[in-house]
Design a protein around this ligand. Sequence first.
Ligand SMILES: CC(C)(COP(=O)(O)OP(=O)(O)OC[C@H]1O[C@@H](n2cnc3c(N)ncnc32)[C@H](O)[C@@H]1OP(=O)(O)O)[C@@H](O)C(=O)NCCC(=O)NCCS
Length: 248
Amino acid sequence: MRQLDLFPHSWPNPGHDQRYRPYTRNRDHSPCRARGGFGALAGRPSTTLPHDGRVGIVPLCFGKTKESDMSELENPPPLAKDAAWPQNLVIRARRPSDAEGIVTLHNLPGYRYGTLRTPHHTPDEIRKGIESQPANVTGLIALLDGRIVGDAGLTRFSNRRVHVGSIGMGVHDAYVGKGIGRALIGEVVALADDWFNLRRVELTVYTDNEPAIRLYEKNGFVTEGLMKEFAFRDGSYVDAYCMARIRP
Ligand SMILES: CC(C)(COP(=O)(O)OP(=O)(O)OC[C@H]1O[C@@H](n2cnc3c(N)ncnc32)[C@H](O)[C@@H]1OP(=O)(O)O)[C@@H](O)C(=O)NCCC(=O)NCCS
């Protein structure tokens, strides 16, 4: 069982919901509000995908980059429809300069317990991993007031499995139970469904990781099988479930 005494969860968390703000994604397609539109940053025309899924070329948008444009590029709004994020949460692509914050996250005992991380990761190995990240991987981090409080990755397969992706994720030990995992998986599922057109997303989770299993079930994943002695963890073997979500 998860050592709740060593890695306490603040769950259930009274007042939990008060920390959310209903963050509905921006449905304003005004061309100058460059949602991911690097064209606007550079003063070039930008191509966007309106939220109804139709591809559209928005009109030319010239002129100086506004402060609000920069802020949207630094703090992109949710991809997920009806996303409700904790206040001040930012989810964006990880960068080599994030290595220090990510290594702190990956070296946390609770994070390690639920994942395949080993003790004593270094900033250098994380930085190299980001720098050599293959094109089929999307690596996201979650920041709360500038601190890295979670991460998630989506790996897309190829050839006859081009419709399939796999995910992994984790939240900072001190920030579990605050809606960050929900926000991260919402973004990863939206990426898979609405941008990479994946039919199937799969993952592996330890059989004793109740919080993660509940989170995945809530997001449409079902258990497909049991893998005995899947990994070695803190002195003993641990079983894992394979779970998957077929796009509805
Ligand atoms: C599993 C994990 C990602 C959940 O993230 P989180 O930010 O704590 O979860 P959230 O606060 O966003 O809660 C989302 C849902 O997860 C489930 N959940 C979270 N904590 C739970 C707990 N202690 N018990 C049962 N369900 C829990 C609930 O279904 C919850 O939905 P609800 O708020 O509508 O009830 C996080 O605990 C974690 O990173 N653990 C360590 C690393 C890890 O295990 N990674 C997963 C590898 S497969």
